[in-house]
Design a protein around this ligand. Sequence first.
Ligand SMILES: C[S@@+](CC[C@H](N)C(=O)[O-])C[C@H]1O[C@@H](n2cnc3c(N)ncnc32)[C@H](O)[C@@H]1O
Length: 287
Amino acid sequence: MGDCGPDDPYFLGRDEAETERLNQQHRFLLAISGGELIHPSIPKETISAVADIGAGTGVWLADLATILPNTPLDLHGFDISAAQYPPDSVIVVPGKARIPLAVHDALVPYPPEHLGRYDLVHIRLLTAGLKKGDFPVVLRNARSLLKPNGYIQWEEVDTTTFCTNQEPELPAITTMRNTLIDAMLKLGLWPYAPPTVYEEICAGGFHKIYRETYTTEGKEDLRTIAPKWVAGVMRALVPSSMVVLGQAENDEDAKTQVETLIAEFEEHCKSALALASFGVTAAQRCE
Ligand SMILES: C[S@@+](CC[C@H](N)C(=O)[O-])C[C@H]1O[C@@H](n2cnc3c(N)ncnc32)[C@H](O)[C@@H]1O
């Protein structure tokens, strides 16, 4: 369960199991988006300096180092917590990059040495820690990291889209999805991130804006992995949500209730395809 509260609104945990889930999730998000770490509108050959905000375990940066054609690379991760960073807060990709990972709150201006330094700023899945009014602040600070004409790529899951391709909807799915949305709203967090990211980028000093929605719908190759991913998200988020909403007495009770719902969902997914969608907005900084 997350440590969410007034001082740390982040809604996920940061233990070993959550670290493993983030790394597995990275593979799933790549699969759903056609294997593209960088949106096709961003020319890879122009990218050598990259900042990743809310870097988590650093898994996206580590993969990125292996596909960028340029050397030397200047890759840097930032996160409000170092709890999921590898030892010494550094990732070494032999022959490609040494990636330092720093502690920094995305709502706070960055130190001068990082301003105007990066060709690309990447943000993925900050929703579990952001209120609606935080989005323009994160974007303004992210923009300050970019060189003139640098690119932003911001990716968020749409919390409201969890369902399957079968009607009528399984009540267990309705319960888990609505519990999560209600708890986020109660905590002041914002479950409708992808459209908000797009709107803020449109208003925030960017042009050449591309918006993409990736979904599991119609992707038979994701039939096995999609329910596993959804179950992982629900396991990570719904027990805390139940406690926040007073629907469970404590963590243990909440986890037991969620395991029952997940078992029903997994049974249902023996014939149904789990649906989820993932929104990406990519754009170029303009003055
Ligand atoms: C769901 S994880 C995603 C990690 C990574 N971006 C990925 O896609 O694998 C969200 C991360 O955002 C970080 N985070 C939450 N609020 C933040 C803030 N205000 N500033 C910087 N990082 C934050 C959390 O600590 C966590 O590591």
